[in-house]
Design a protein around this ligand. Sequence first.
Ligand code: DQQ
Length: 535
Amino acid sequence: NAMFSWQRTAFHFQPERNWMNDPDGPLYHKGWYHLFYQYNPDSAVWGNITWGHAVSTDLIHWLYLPIAMVPDSWFDWNGVWTGSATILPDGQIVMLYTGDTDNYVQVQNLAYPANLSDPLLLDWVKYSGNPVLVPPTGIAPKDFRDPTTAWLGPDGKWRLTIGSKVNTTGISLVYTTTNFTDYELLDTVLHAVPGTGMWECVDFYPVSINGTKGLDTSAGGPGVKHVLKASLDNTKLDYYALGTYFAENDTWVPDDPEQDVGIGLRYDYGRYYASKTFYDPVKERRILWGWINETDTENDDLAKGWASVQTIPRTVLYDNNTGTNILQWPVEELESLRLNSTDFDGVVVEPGSVVELDIGSATQLDILAEFEIESLGLEETNEVNGLCGSGATDRSSFGPFGLLVIADETLSELTPIYFRLANSSDGSFETYFCADERRSSKASDVFKQVYGSSVPVLDGETLSMRILVDHSIVESFAQGGRRVITSRLYPTEAIYGAARLFLFNNATGVNVKATLKIWQLNYAFIHPFPLDQMH
Ligand code: DQQ
């Protein structure tokens, strides 16, 4: 539908048409990165869920392949739901996924490639003994889904975890297996957090404390922490925590109980859900995919004929400077899309002003920005609101300031991505990183929110952000990826050549000096695989 074509992205993965949700079973095999995804082949709303399939050699340019799995058996009749891949030491690929049965019971099924020597992994075989797992005693039939990648324990058995809940406590069950067809449920759970409800799409993986490389899922021992992530069904938000995994009894303990899964940190403070990581053996890194869901209406989605986008894949590392968070950063391959760049050096933005950054079209950008603040020595104004204030128009002594993206020349549409500093009780500054979508679109039927989080800024560090702009998607990273905010925007004026980029400073008591490097980004090649031309 040409009416909404400006919302199509240039370098984010999205199907040609129809509905997409969770990333599934990402893996690397024989030169190709594979992405599977929850996909409705018939409509732009959720339903009839299959596994869409695409491949890439660089995680940026993608080729669509035929659907990998469809709901054609009693054990997945109502949907081939989310799952994960495990690569065995001998190279075999085990795919475990949730099937919604003909009776609407959530079960776990096993599938494997028909032909491992096919780099494209076109054909998938569902194990004849499916399902391999049914909801255990005490678990409701609709609270048992999304198996993780398996990891190998010291006893030579594989383990995997599956999210669920008991009453309102979110839990992650652990199963052991040696052959992926027979499983044993452990008496203890990997972890549980009261009040967090159903855990969807649990992810569990090691991160290296001192290393700059990612770790394969079975890595462990000293020098390693484990990330536990749950997608909370109640709020549709992805929460994670850092902690220690005790292999001897298969439990995980958070570093900070006050920052436990579901009550502490989020991967992304914007529009983001049902994420999943995988280990890339080529570049020895852990890569995170996430689903950017829509905030318009189902009718809008039906009218435009498609729904949802995946984030740019992000590398995940432990942040050993803070010790309290992970770092997420767009995969380096994204930089291959960089075209010409423009530098701005020390642009002074005075209180209450907006400065246009003259870069021409501002729909496909990679922006690196650093901000220095210079106090004007005025009396401090009331710091009423912490966090992001009530948006970018809520002025205080030390903020907000930052960039206005996807803005039109007259600023009738704009999305501020900003920092806001506040004095905390001990005299130090607390820094918040925010995105204000309230004026992002003239359309009335889209959800527009102020998103944000506090972000750690250590002594001597400069305030910095990286922003990826892609027509209707903005991914914003603060302080090297300590906090991330993804925005799904629906501009009606700030489209194509009419989109502009500005600096703004709504602080009352500081000048802001901004230094930026801004690249125009090329289109990624995302097309059907020319299968019929193959031999
Ligand atoms: N999406 C899948 C489920 C999962 C949910 C169904 C999360 O397996 O729990 O499409 O978005």
